[in-house]
Ligand binder design. Structure first.
Ligand SMILES: Cc1cc2nc3c(=O)[nH]c(=O)nc-3n(C[C@H](O)[C@H](O)[C@H](O)COP(=O)(O)OP(=O)(O)OC[C@H]3O[C@@H](n4cnc5c(N)ncnc54)[C@H](O)[C@@H]3O)c2cc1C
Length: 420
């Protein structure tokens, strides 16, 4: 059980070599990697009562294949990652929130009071959240029975009543998690709706949904209004092509996916944000625009699976540990990488020519479906690399190589990633 070591002394100042903000898979994997190669004090700060991030609330299996090489339930996966971190000598402080003071300094507040934090390195690993109904501007009344997948899973975990007939909005990986959770809670799923032309998860998930669970998938369909006073009673759907409307009687609706990075802390720390992902702009080693401040996990690539996130963040942690032992000079200038529509974002989105490139993967997201295309990286009209893509699916990452980064010139302009 990871309860964290909450400091009891009324200390107004924390000094650590590294402070990691967020104890999800990214924060824990990075902290473990840092502490394994650096003997100094590595502190993980988590605002929730338990370490582990989102998986700590996801009871289903399917976590940990790429990093821990077996399939865990979410809570077991969180415990395993937290256990590794504690064993490596990382300190985890729970129920404690990090924030930025008016002078740009880092502070934390929790059961041990308010403390100022001094650290050579800070890692932002605050994750991403699903867009709730309010952010989607769905009109109508404000009844009970409206969830995101994360909220739904917390309700079910605490055995709180959810409803009896549900609609799931979204058709990406996490939307299928929502269906599983609803079924476990004994709620009938009336339909899954997406305004896109196809589902975006794996074909096997679509087949299970249709043939085993008999949940209809309604594509090119938007939610235009919610009805019901105290409790949700119905939802009006609109066909995005014909404009035809349909009322569905449900007492529960789950808005799934539509991820937004938890960028608030990064922004108040003065870290430059990437216009594509909405999270901090980072190079492949997680270095942000602020010296000594790094970012990793779904905060910078909203969103990947937990295990890929952990693997990537461990690389960032290893780079941070190496940089702790070096004399720090000014950060080498970074060349931003931007995407052209229909690409939505690219990670990494900064390249520091001449510095360690950090891994051999580039992740991209697209807003449109497609097949047999290529992604081209170019700077000032000069081609840096072109990669073939077999399928384009929104809400799923395209993985291409990273050799294009070697050709980026520090004297050149922006790098652009575009589809052809
Ligand atoms: C419903 C659902 C089901 C999923 N199912 C799967 C699955 O089956 N398999 C899979 O591989 N992935 C799954 N995922 C994705 C997986 O959960 C994420 O990829 C993973 O959690 C991302 O890790 P992270 O560390 O970047 O962020 P998170 O897990 O979101 O962790 C971020 C942490 O930062 C903390 N935090 C934020 N701000 C502050 C602050 N200011 N101070 C202190 N703490 C702060 C948060 O409390 C949180 O604990 C699922 C996600 C959801 C929502």
């Amino acid at each position: 059980m990871t309860t964290g070591r909450v400091q009891s002394e009324a200390c107004a100042r924390e000094v650590a070599d590294v402070v990691v903000i967020g104890s999800g898979p990214a924060g824990l994997a990075a902290a473990t990697a840092i502490r394994r190669s650096h003997p100094g004090r590595v502190l993980v700060v988590e605002r929730q009562a338990r370490a582990g991030g989102i998986p700590a609330q996801c009871d289903h299996r399917g976590f940990g294949l790429r990093d821990l090489h077996r399939s865990y339930s979410g809570p077991d996966y969180s415990r395993a990652l937290a256990g590794q971190a504690l064993e490596a000598g990382v300190e985890i402080i729970t129920e404690t929130t990090a924030f930025i003071e008016s002078d740009g300094a880092l502070a934390i507040t929790g059961p041990a009071g308010l403390r100022h934090v001094e650290a050579a390195h800070v890692l932002l690993a605050t994750g991403a959240r699903e867009r709730p109904r309010t952010a989607r501007l769905v009109p109508g009344t404000r009844p009970a029975g409206v969830f995101t997948t994360g909220q739904l899973q917390q309700f079910v975990r605490r055995s709180l009543p959810v409803g009896s007939r549900a609609l799931v909005v979204g058709a990406e990986h996490v939307s299928f998690s929502a269906v599983l959770t609803l079924r476990e809670a004994g709620v009938a799923v009336r339909a899954m709706v997406t305004d896109l032309e196809e589902a975006q998860s794996l074909p096997v998930a679509n087949a299970v949904l249709r043939h085993l669970y008999r949940v209809p998938l309604m594509t090119r369909t938007a939610v235009v209004s919610l009805e019901g006073r105290r409790r949700l009673q119905g939802v009006t759907l609109e066909d995005c092509v014909t404009g035809a409307r349909l009322s569905v009687e449900v007492d529960t609706i789950v808005f799934s996916g539509g991820w937004v990075p938890e960028y608030g802390l990064a922004r108040s720390a003065g870290v430059v944000l990437d216009p594509g992902s909405g999270g901090p702009a980072v190079d492949a080693l997680g270095r942000t625009s602020r010296i000594g401040w790094f970012a990793a996990g779904n905060l910078v690539h909203p969103v990947e699976t937990a295990d890929s996130t952990a693997v990537q963040a461990a690389r960032v942690g290893a780079g941070m540990a190496a940089s702790l032992t070096r004399t720090r000079g000014p950060l080498a200038p970074a060349v931003p990488v931007r995407v052209a529509a229909p690409l939505a974002w690219v990670w990494p989105n900064l390249v520091r020519p001449g510095l360690t490139s950090g891994g051999d993967v580039t992740l991209l997201r697209t807003a449109e479906f497609g097949a047999q295309r290529s992604v081209r990286f170019s700077q000032d009209g000069r081609e840096l690399g072109t990669y073939r893509i077999r399928h384009l699916t929104p809400n799923r990452s395209l993985r291409v190589g990273a050799a294009w980064r070697n050709g980026v010139s520090a004297e050149g302009g922006l790098v652009t990633a575009s589809l052809h």
